[in-house]
Design a protein around this ligand. Sequence first.
Ligand code: SPV
Ligand code: MG
Length: 433
Amino acid sequence: MSKTVYVAVSTDILHGGHINLIRNAAGLGDVMIGLFTDEAVASYKRFPLLDYQERKKIFEDLKEVKTIVPQKTLSFRENLLKYRPDYVVHGDNWKEGVLSPVREEVIEVLKTYGGELVEFPYSANPAYKKLDSYFRDQSSLPDQRRSKLKKMIAMKPVVTAMEAHSGLTGLIVEKTVVYEEGGARQFDAMWVSSLCDSTDKGKPDIELVDMTSRFQTIEELMEVTTKPIIFDGDTGGRQEHFVYLVRSLERMGVSAVIIEDKTGLKKNSLFGTEAEQTQDEIEAFCAKISAGKSVRRTNDFMIIARCESLILEKGMEDALKRCRAYVEAGAEGIMIHSRRKEPDEIYEFCDRFRETDKTTPIIVVPTSFCGERLEQLSEHGINVVIYANQLMRAAVPAMQEAAESILRNHRSEEAEEKLMPFGRIIRMIDELE
Ligand code: SPV
Ligand code: MG
């Protein structure tokens, strides 16, 4: 009986390096391609340009390939135990770096049933590297980027967005990956927070930082990242102005704008009822949503309505009534906000909203109820979780501490142990070749 040779692939382009590897694998037996699902690819590298079915077609016609099976995680464990291939074939470039724990696990699982790992020299052809960076660039273009958020929401049980307010914070959101149990995790999207965007400029969060300046932040993020962007549009301003905002954001390649149902001088929601705030009339806010929807040019761009009823202590019934009306008016997502430490009111809202609406994405910002894990939020039908200000809040005390230490010690040596060498920071920054 011929042997089975397992080759895992995540690529959306087929170059000579892949062909060589598959040919080498075919020399050992029948090739089974473990094709990474879209979610598995997105978990550890960029969002695939071609979806699973399209990528499958690339391999279907190769005479060396016998079968194609989906690999749902970065970890090979599930598929190896299911198909028990005699060999796993891989390029030897995964001995070091991010994939090395995955390799270790492959070796461990193969050992349990007598399988073998065969590694072939990786072809480090500079042209292949160029191809990869070409595709990465493609994926940062407006049309590509804009469409990613809806795709992510459709693909994942829960999508995460992290706040980014500059090119550098964008790079952190883009590149931070952690590995756990043979899998990988990274943020799916970026949140351009009004609070952090204003704070970074030393200004209060009262719609004072003008759109030109906020667009500049988006531009900075777009220059150096590929992940989709959710823009905090505050109240959206006057309806007559909001339509222009929709057009501009959509053209830039932003995936969604979230506007909140407040009017007049907007203050940050974390002040709750301590700051005087006026909630908009339902009809007026619905009209604003509909106006935005009617000028939108693509189906990819989402207008999401944010309800402040719980923040303003207007009650659950008011929140539900409003959100249902906003969806009716065309909102393609609902953000429900709360500043309570316990998640009860958020969960009650979600459970009751889902009784009548199974599909409209629910978005939350768990700044106050930060003890809730993604899995718990997801159980209540929440689709997008925004970490709205944590990078800013991490940076400020660290900067203050360094500043105080230098003043106190009349030198910087004491601060050094907590400072990242610039060499490591520079490595995060890509240079165009
Ligand atoms: C922001 O990040 O600017 C937000 C979320 O609007 S919150 O600060 O919680 O209101
Ligand atoms: Mg805001």
